[in-house]
Design a protein around this ligand. Structure first.
Ligand code: PLP
Length: 349
């Protein structure tokens, strides 16, 4: 039986072009700054994001953590969305490793953080009882709010707000290219007011490993030292960066296909009795849905039943799911997923 994996775009395999580039990559000791392939990837990434410099890191989590560690000292506070990946899914690293306080505010349904909530979250610098507000983190696309892209106008507004209050703005841009493609804008338009941005090569872009943190020269110099401290200084990692370069050269434009397949998937699933699609889904490559009240099985049971049909999906709660389209999911996979849901739900309602 063929298995189709809709759990995440992180399950994508490196393409044949990536494997070839990895085999042929020129390498050197990157801790000495001597890996030419990493240097090329970093220069290209900085250009794409409209920043002075970039740093190749092992993961999105490490990129986000480094950004916070550069900008915030122990006892400083970072403001982020309650549904932000940096709050929910990064093991509290900024507090555990950096002594940084997390202040969460609600994400609105469209993924944004309301300016009024940001304003309210600000600490009083004169009050010795309070931590010091240092940073805001946005996420684009905002994964847990449906993979929704944040607009250029909104990013600019938060950038202006942050700088007016002497705060640093970091962007978790794990899927920033999905946002740019769906909004039909340049990625650098989405990053122009942020001080730092992390983007991932290892999700929809299909590279096996790696993310890139971008910012000013001074910021990246500090992040490079901290990356070494965290044990993230890699040596001949040009074999990984080579796949990252293929990702940036060949895999960005095709994300539109993933978005189109997510639309087809949502359209098919909307017809299946017992399933309720979230409002607005899909915005990009993620379909979020729930079970109707009359369905007697819960989400984990549905996940198991779907697995028996050769379809892997993820539950996000007792009665909710997320399905993600990506390079390794073709039209046949979308049709198979809809058919499997029809079968499973006919027994579950
Ligand atoms: C929005 C978002 N940010 C950050 C990350 C972290 O990336 P990594 O898994 O490479 O640490 C993820 C991973 O799925 C993510 O979805």
């Amino acid at each position: 039986m063929k298995i189709y994996d809709f759990r995440s775009d992180t399950v994508t395999h490196p393409t044949p072009a990536m494997r070839q580039a990895m085999a042929n990559a020129l390498v050197g000791d990157d801790v000495y700054g001597e890996d030419p392939t990493i240097n090329t990837l970093e220069a290209k990434s900085a250009r794409l994001m409209g920043k002075e410099a970039a740093l190749f890191v092992t993961s999105g989590t490490m990129g986000n953590l480094l950004a916070v560690l550069v900008a915030c000292g122990r006892g400083d506070e970072v403001i982020m969305g309650r549904q932000g990946h940096t709050f929910l899914h990064e093991a509290g690293g900024v507090s555990a490793l950096g002594g940084v306080v997390i202040n969460t505010i609600p994400n609105q349904a469209d993924g944004t953080l309301a300016l009024a909530d940001l304003e309210k979250a600000l600490r009083s610098p004169e009050d010795i009882h309070q931590p010091i507000s240092k940073m805001i983190i946005l996420e684009n696309t905002q994964n847990d709010c449906g993979g929704v892209p944040l607009s250029v106008k909104y990013c600019d507004t938060v950038g202006e707000f942050a700088h007016a209050h002497s705060l640093v703005l970091h962007l978790d841009g794990a899927r920033i290219f999905n946002a740019a493609i769906s909004l039909n804008v340049q990625v650098s338009d989405l990053t122009r007011t942020v001080d730092s941005v992390t983007f991932c090569l290892s999700k929809g872009l299909c590279a096996p490993v790696g993310s890139v943190l971008c910012g000013s020269n001074e910021f990246i110099t500090k992040a490079r030292r901290l990356r070494k401290m965290l044990g993230g200084g890699m040596r001949q990692a040009g074999v990984l960066a080579a796949a990252g370069l293929v990702a940036l050269d060949n895999m960005i434009e095709r994300l539109a296909e993933d978005h189109e397949r997510a639309r087809l998937l949502a359209k098919g699933l909307a017809e299946v009795p017992g399933l309720r699609l979230d409002k607005g889904t899909p915005y990009t490559n993620m379909v979020y849905l729930a079970l109707s009240p009359e369905v007697r099985l819960d989400a984990p049971a549905i996940v198991k039943a779907m697995e028996k049909q050769g379809i892997l999906i993820g539950d996000t709660g007792k009665r909710t799911f997320r399905l993600v389209t990506h390079h390794d999911v073709d039209d046949e996979a979308v049709a198979a997923c809809i058919e499997a849901f029809q079968k499973v739900m006919s027994r579950a309602v």
